[in-house]
Design a protein around this ligand. Structure first.
Ligand SMILES: [Zn+2]
Length: 356
């Protein structure tokens, strides 16, 4: 990112989660008309947002997890959007940290895949607000791991304000592929899900060789697979590589190139193979994940240096479901919260262990 022009720098020395920044937050010019609002270091909700200037109109790729950070981003994008106001918003998928700022664009064109649209209401902003409040009370309950879970969720959600957010749906949905031409600028949307979520899309700007990957790509932090199957996620990553883009904007973390994408492909092969071994030994998914995290193969791998290693737990659950394992089927969002409870425990133990 060092050789790219940074137009706006927020000057933050620490991330929203209190870590020292690994790259400067702000608006970067990636090519003639493509921009990225890059948010260090790429942890929970530290989501990168895309902007394409189409001579008088702009396309925004994703919105932030809450209205405050969406407004802050819009302020930072002023050098571009004062001349080319945002006309169209594309949501790469339905996770809140990519579409819960949509309501600030309710009178604009909002585009997403049909599956993304269908999944948008699965998690409600009010549920996360309630969770923030209840976790504050439960963080002192040293019973059933409630304190560990509460602290994990409080840390994850602390920077964000979910009050007043209304899920704002896309007005236009597509399947497989959708081409957009705005003032002569070609933009291609490829549906690559299900994988990370059920409705993932990537956004490609052919004449500038820039691709906005959404959460198919995490750089420097551990990728998550909420939906699967893993084979499809691998296909999505290969599709990303096949575009031969000069710049790849990941959903989280610094700008990427093809080698970085290869590392993610290798991670999924590693996870698939190692979790499958434990699945065949009838281990529970969170036990399998924990064992893999402590294995020599993992600790000596590059993935051990990525943040949020505990996401291996979610990834193991998704793989087990894919393989037809009989897991308790709690209604959403209870199912996800139950996995997060197990993930919090593994995170707590793993951080303690690796801190020594
Ligand atoms: Zn995300």
């Amino acid at each position: 990112m060092n050789d790219l022009k940074q137009l706006v720098n927020t000057g933050r020395s620490h991330t929203r989660h209190g870590e020292a920044v690994q790259f400067q937050e702000g608006l970067y010019q990636l090519s003639k008309q493509c921009y990225g609002w890059m948010v260090p270091n790429g942890s929970w909700g530290e989501t990168n947002i895309g902007l394409i200037d189409c001579h008088g109109k702009s396309v925004l790729i994703d919105t932030c997890w809450d209205l405050h950070f969406t407004r802050q981003m819009l302020e930072g994008m002023q050098p571009v959007i004062e001349k080319s106001p945002i006309d169209t918003v594309i949501n790469t998928h339905s996770d809140g940290d990519h579409c819960w700022g949509n309501q600030l664009f309710k009178d604009r064109n909002i585009i997403a895949t049909q599956s993304c649209h269908a999944q948008m209401h699965h998690m409600k902003p009010a549920s996360l607000s309630a969770l923030q409040h209840s976790c504050k009370a439960l963080r002192h309950v040293p019973f059933g791991g409630m304190n560990t879970f509460s602290n994990y969720m409080i840390d994850m959600l602390a920077p964000y304000q979910f009050g007043g957010i209304h899920i704002t749906e896309p007005g236009l949905t597509f399947q497989q592929e959708h081409s957009l031409n705005l003032n002569g600028k070609d933009i291609v949307l490829y549906e690559v899900g299900p994988g990370h979520t059920s409705g993932d899309a990537i956004v490609y700007v052919p004449d500038e060789q820039v691709v906005y990957a959404g959460d198919i790509a995490f750089i420097g932090s551990t990728p998550v697979m909420w939906s699967g199957p893993v084979e499809n996620l691998l296909r999505a990553l290969e599709k990303l590589q096949s575009l031969n883009a000069r710049v790849i904007v990941p959903g989280h973390g610094p700008l990427a190139n093809s080698n970085d994408i290869q590392n993610i492909i290798d991670y999924w092969h590693f996870v698939h193979e190692n979790i499958h071994q434990r699945y065949q030994q009838d281990k529970q998914p969170h036990e399998a994940a924990s064992e893999v995290l402590y294995s020599k193969a993992f600790l000596q791998s590059p993935y051990a240096r990525w943040s949020c290693a505990e996401r291996m737990v979610t990834n193991a659950f998704t793989l087990y479901r894919q393989w037809g394992a009989k897991l308790t089927n709690l209604p959403e969002p209870m199912g996800t919260l139950d996995i997060m409870r197990k993930q919090a425990k593994v995170a707590h133990q793993f951080q303690q262990q690796t801190a020594h």
